[in-house]
Ligand binder design. Sequence first.
Ligand code: AMP
Length: 327
Amino acid sequence: MDNLIIKNSILEKIKTYENIIIVRHVKPDGDCMGSSLGLREILRASFPEKSIYSVGGKKADYLEFIGSEDEEPSEEVYKRSLLIAVDTATFGRIDNNHATLCPEIIKIDHHLPMDDYGHINYVREDLPATCAIIVDLYNTFRKELVMTQRAAKALFVGMVTDTGRFRYSGVDANFMRLVAILLEYDLNIEEIYANLYIREKEILKLQGYVLKNFKTTNNGVAYFNMSKRVCRKHRVSSSDASALVNMLDSIKEHLIWIFFIEHEDGTFRVRIRSRYVAINELAERYSGGGHKQASGALVRNKREMKKMLQEADLLLLEFKKGNPGVF
Ligand code: AMP
């Protein structure tokens, strides 16, 4: 369906509900928190008579500076609410246990479309952040929707973080025009970047350890096993440690890089990143998914980790054969 038709149907649906609950995915990042809180602020300012909630489970402390989510509404409220799920490719990844109670769901996302779980599914693979989809929605209905500085700050953070500070593919003139809309709201850029990128000294020491100890496969997959022991030794939480995946992003001839982060139960969260090579299907084979060049998955033990690395290595070998001269 045409994007404008979908956008119209989203706005119409929003208008028909008195209660709207916005949810996002588990393990929140800047884009899902930014799109949830940004959309909430726009809707609150645009429709002050409505009750708009942004809710989720475990939060990310480092993103508190863009705002806080709301208390869980009662089940009765869910039953009368429109649910808007942002930045969440599959229904199972929604960080909320009551989503099925809502009579209707709108999905707003930019991941590869794996699961059309919404009554309206608005998926924009051409935009590199869900926050950009929200800004575009605002821009389309400027006469009816109200942007605020709080909304602009949250949305800007999502657009900065999901593009690695405007470095990844998908950053184009249209995307930057959407960023420019937010910059009209007098954002304190220095404060935003300080909140996102100033780090504890323990993290910096762990960065040094990662750079010294990462491993590589024969054909150029760089990887690091962020074990419980390494996290303990450096006094860094596994979620903070997992954020270091892109330490391995600029190694010559290494077009795929992977972090394995050990969970308490000995299984591993996998964060896979790549340049040029599509790794999402590899992730899907290991209970995961995501984007062509940024996906997540799960491996149950070291044997599965080894198998996944072999598959990644083969994938890269095939890619290099078909694309000689690419770094
Ligand atoms: P992460 O490494 O957790 O930042 O994930 C990279 C991308 O893959 C994000 O867009 C996630 O939403 C997505 N992703 C991560 N884990 C999974 C999973 N288990 N299933 C589907 N998508 C995932």
